[in-house]
Write a protein that binds this ligand. Sequence first.
Ligand code: ASP
Length: 349
Amino acid sequence: MLFYLLSIPNLLIQQLMSSRRKFLNDSIAGTLSLGLLGVNATVVASSETCATQRPTTKGMDKALVISTWNHGLVANDAAWQVIGKGGRAIDAVEQGVKLVEADPKVTSVGYGGLPDRDGKVTLDACIMDEKGNGGAVCFLQHIKHPISVARKVMDETPHVILAGAGALRFALDHGFEKENLLTPGAKAAWEKWKKEAAYKPIINVENHDTIGLLAMDQHGDIAGACTTSGLAYKMHGRVGDSPILGAGLFVDNEVGGATATGMGEAVLKTLGSFLVVELMRQGRTPAEACKEAVMRIIKKQKYKDIQVGYIAINKEGAYGSYCIHPGFNYALLQNGKQGVMVDADYYKG
Ligand code: ASP
């Protein structure tokens, strides 16, 4: 559950996290040794080195999919449908997150997402491929699959980001259907929230879980996708980190990829995903790089009542994560094996 937690005691953070941890306890026994913290792969130190070390199509043993939160399990499975058949990482990441966008039970992504303070569901998404191309949409309404619109922005325009009405017009021009994304459940939650929360530009306790998904295909190519309805009950017009290349997601196929979840403002101010990838370029493991990016937030921002989590993969097929508070987890699928949930390591003060 999200993680824009302002002005609430740590105890409440712990409570919000407990259901997630329960799920984990049931599902990941024995999986932590997979290497969450012990990622010991050698990270390529420069693009020159990288070019000589590119994994080949034997790369099934390195191919992997990793994504944020419990909804990542099904997303990873969908992504693997593409990768397992020798498909491209970019197609895999799009297919993976689309499943979550379409699920009305996921109240933080796409259809069924909790609305902003005005009762509008506004969506942010971005995607990056192995060639360094990127596309994004932000403040997009009425379209169930913002990730596919972002992909079209990447593939079919000279631009990177389309916003609001322009993004909607572009989507409609490209055959996307205009839909009501506010489900009865999300509307009821918003109406309840309105009774309890004053309409002020201070966000109280919201629930949110962006899906960020990174994949490396059998050719060793890396792509990523990130999609969200943003913070619940945010101010109308607010755009978070998720559609911003370098903040919510960054991929450099020479090095690796990273994606973020949690309080977007903190991620934006540190350009967290770009930072993680650059740290990996300098030789940090994915876990070390994620930790350093979280530490930047901890050192420079008020971090006690917010959550931010990063996941990352490198060119060697190593992965890692780190977050501020306990409770963030991610889904991992490697070599076509059964997917598992892994608890992220966190700051212990
Ligand atoms: N990062 C998202 C945002 O700020 C929310 C989340 O992942 O919880 O919009």
